[in-house]
Design a protein around this ligand. Structure first.
Ligand code: GUN
Length: 283
């Protein structure tokens, strides 16, 4: 059994991004990411701080807009319009979840698809599903990078994605399908999940429940990718998988922390660089 080192691979991605960002700077281009945070959610504040820090560490520009919980939908839309029109901004990220009085779909649709580094705009969702080049959501894109770096063959494999969110499950399934896997998307209504999983050589679990994926569900030699980040009452961070019992059955597995988690920000930086190159080097 091999442990997939997401920290190491994310550092490699960040080094590549940094080197390219420095080369662009010499041409007068600073790839710049604008992050919008609405409200006081502690986890979101931590994520946004981490995104700002990593952006700066990769020699890119970081602009943060921290807005109060009382911000109206129209005020947020007005800010997005300004950022869409600002040529110095290459990427726009609105941290989710948004307060309940704001319609997330309306906000995500307002972002210029050419600056949508999260890949959540319907245009980019459509491109992914059509196999066209666009922005791909960062967590599933990071998982594909891990599979590539560890030479895990996807084509012809049975893959099960557990979870059907727009952020992880659905784009993950599309990427695996585009790469030639036979993909099953399982979710809370799926009957006999254990049987579905036992048929898979690749399992991606993204449900947000500790110990959800148990050893009896996993085929010998399977690759298990654990997207969960769950904080237990004792403060310990765990994934969605019963790691101690599942890991011995796997050929490879991502740990939590240090697996998928670090890849998300690395791919956000990679997407921001891609946007700057698309917008400022081409045509
Ligand atoms: N909230 C949880 N994950 C994400 C993400 O990937 N992007 C954004 N914008 N918000 C999130």
């Amino acid at each position: 059994m091999q442990i997939i080192d997401g920290k190491e691979i994310s550092n490699r991605v960040k080094e590549r991004v940094k080197a390219e960002a420095i080369a662009l700077k010499d041409m007068g281009i600073t790839p710049t990411l604008a992050v919008i945070l609405v409200g006081e959610d502690k986890a979101s504040q931590t994520y946004v701080a981490s995104k700002e820090k990593s952006t700066i560490a990769c020699e890119m520009g970081s602009v943060a807009h921290k807005l109060p919980e009382s911000t109206t939908q129209d005020e947020l839309l007005a800010l997005i319009e300004l950022l869409n029109a600002d040529d110095s901004i290459d990427g726009i990220l609105v941290q989710l979840p948004l307060p309940k009085h704001i319609d997330s779909n309306k906000i995500l649709e307002a972002i210029d698809p050419s600056k949508d580094v999260d890949g959540f705009h319907p245009i980019n969702v459509g491109k992914l599903n059509s196999g066209l080049d666009g922005f791909v959501p960062c967590t599933p894109l990071g998982i594909m990078e891990l599979l590539k770096e560890y030479n895990i063959e996807v084509s012809g494999k049975n893959a099960v994605v557990i979870g059907r969110s727009n952020i992880v499950g659905k784009p993950m399934a599309a990427l695996l399908l585009n790469a030639g896997a036979t993909v099953t998307i399982a979710h809370s209504k799926t009957k006999d999940l254990a049987k579905v999983c036992q048929n898979a050589q690749i399992i991606v679990v993204a449900v947000g429940k500790p110990n959800f994926l148990t050893a009896d569900m996993v085929n010998d030699g399977a690759v298990v990718i654990d997207v969960g980040i769950n904080r237990l009452d004792n403060g310990k961070l765990v994934g969605d998988c019963d790691y101690d019992n599942v890991a011995p059955k796997c050929s490879m597995i991502t740990p939590v922390p240090g697996g998928v988690g670090p890849m998300t920000i690395a791919m956000l930086l990679s997407n921001t660089l891609k946007s700057a190159k698309n917008r400022k080097l081409k045509g």
